[in-house]
Structures are given as structure tokens and as C-alpha cells.
Design a protein around this ligand. Structure first.
Ligand code: ADP
Ligand code: MG
Ligand code: MG
Length: 251
């Protein structure tokens, strides 16, 4: 699904290397988690995969389903099946959630050469997805994220993901501000959308989220590299002992 080879990234503005040779392969149907101390480059990795401006790839390659991801514009990446759930979902006053979602949905269809769907057709699609996830579709009538509680923002994110039907889902969770209920929501959403043709990369600072998601593979990132890879037991080790032992072992 996703293949990252020797990825080096620096800030465009200054000569500061942030990713220093990331290697990562995520297979279809799997949930991979990335943990790591603050500042290790986890969010930078997700931004670079999504095509955010301000970063320069100096070495390495990334392919999504065999296609060169780094060559694509952000919209093309989304159309190719990449989805990034943001750490801090943006508020867009004046733009209804439903309109926002339909615009994103139709942009994807257009990029794939498929006809756009009407508001009425889209409403049907969304209602179906919302029902399957037990999410109240009323929420969609409100402006994007404005006045949403933390839990509602998460619900909205999961619904976006369900509607857009991405192949490769990246969730970057700060955990700070994510209470237990919101965390369960995210986990339930991921679990409901797990599929043989879909993969997840769940980035998280703490182990708690992974209690509910049960990842197939856990990676530890430190100083711009994946320094250790293992099973779910690796997350438990971090929970018990922090990162110090693991980092001492690999440096
Ligand atoms: P993490 O998500 O693992 O906490 P980040 O990817 O946010 O790590 O950050 C990695 C490092 O890159 C940090 O040292 C951070 O200060 C630096 N960094 C990331 N983006 C920028 C930026 N736009 N300007 C300056 N420094 C940045
Ligand atoms: Mg951080
Ligand atoms: Mg981060």
C-alpha cells in the first residue's frame, strides 16, 4: 500500500533536517502505529505524505499503490486514496459540513475522471455512512467544526474518512485533549473502517489509544528515523518504561 524508502526531509525555510532516512512499508489491510517522543518528526512525516507546503524532500521515495506519491499535488494524493486526519481540525465558519464534505468528495471524483454527484445523491451516501457508524447526521448541517466539542470533531473526522473511502488513512493524534471517550470514538471508527483493501497509519504519543485499536505493527520514531519495529507489545513497553530504554538500546 505505502512504501517509504530512505526519506530525508528538511524545512524549506531553513537548513534543518527533520526526517533523516525513514523506511516504512505498510501493507494493505494492516494498522500500523507510530509512537515516539515529542519532536521526533511524526507530524512532519504525515504532512510530507499529504503534500503540505514548507518541506523539501532531499532524498528517498514514497509510493502509494505503486505510484510516486511525491510527484503528486495534494488533491491528486487524495484522489489516489490518501487521507490525513488533522491533529487540529480546522473551523470553517459559514461553510456547512455537508457542503465541505461534498466538495471534497466531488473533487476526488473529478480527479479520477468520474462524474460529480448531486447534493441529493450525496445526502443519501452520507446518511448511509453516518448510520453505519452510528453518527448523528444532524451534525452535518452545522458549519465545519465551529463550536464542536472534541468528541464531535473526532466524529466528524471519522465520518469524513468513511465518506471519502480512502485506501491509506493517516491519523495524527496528539492525545493531549483527547479524553477517553474521544479516544474510543477514534478507535471504534478505525475498527469499523478496517478492510482488506485499506491500511491505517496511526500516529500517537501515548499507548492508550492503541489499547482500543490493537495495531498489527508498532514503530518507534526518534530523531527523524524509525528506530524500532515490533508488535503491540512494543507499545506496552513504552507505556511501562517510557522511551529511554528503547532509545538507549538503538543509539
Ligand atoms: P512530532 O510530531 O514527533 O512531535 P514534529 O514533526 O512536529 O514532531 O517536529 C519534528 C521537529 O521538526 C521538531 O524539532 C520541530 O520543532 C521541527 N519542526 C517541524 N516543523 C517545523 C517548522 N515548520 N518550523 C520549525 N521547526 C519545525
Ligand atoms: Mg509534537
Ligand atoms: Mg506531532
Amino acid at each position: 500500500m505505502l512504501e517509504i524508502r530512505n526519506l530525508h526531509v528538511k524545512l524549506e525555510e531553513e537548513d534543518k533536517a527533520i526526517l533523516k532516512g525513514v523506511d516504512l512499508t505498510v501493507e494493505a489491510g494492516k494498522v500500523h502505529a507510530i509512537m515516539g517522543p515529542n519532536g521526533s518528526g511524526k507530524s512532519t512525516l504525515s504532512y510530507v505524505l499529504a503534500g503540505r507546503e514548507g518541506y523539501e524532500v532531499t532524498e528517498g521515495s514514497v509510493t502509494l499503490l505503486g505510484k510516486d506519491l511525491l510527484e503528486m499535488e495534494p488533491e491528486e494524493r487524495a484522489a489516489a486514496g490518501l487521507f490525513l486526519a488533522f491533529q487540529y481540525p480546522v473551523e470553517i465558519p459559514g461553510v456547512g459540513n455537508m457542503t465541505f464534505l461534498r466538495t471534497a468528495y466531488n473533487a476526488q471524483r473529478k480527479a479520477r475522471g468520474e462524474p460529480e454527484v448531486s447534493a441529493a445523491e450525496f445526502l443519501k451516501i452520507v446518511r448511509e455512512k453516518a448510520k453505519a457508524l452510528k453518527i448523528d447526521a444532524e451534525m452535518l448541517k452545522r458549519p465545519v467544526n465551529v463550536g464542536f466539542s472534541g468528541g464531535e470533531k473526532k466524529r466528524n473526522e471519522i465520518l469524513q474518512m468513511a465518506v471519502l473511502e480512502p485506501k491509506m488513512c493517516i491519523l495524527d493524534e496528539t492525545d493531549s485533549g483527547l479524553d477517553v471517550d474521544a479516544m474510543k470514538l477514534v478507535a471504534e471508527g478505525v475498527n469499523a473502517l478496517r478492510d482488506a483493501g485499506r491500511a491505517f497509519l496511526v500516529i500517537t504519543h501515548y499507548q492508550r489509544l492503541l489499547d482500543h485499536i490493537a495495531p498489527d505493527v508498532v514503530h518507534i520514531m526518534a530523531d527523524g528515523r524509525i528506530v524500532k519495529t515490533g508488535g503491540p507489545e512494543l507499545a506496552l513497553e513504552v507505556e511501562r518504561n517510557g522511551y529511554a530504554d528503547i532509545l538507549a538500546e538503538v543509539v
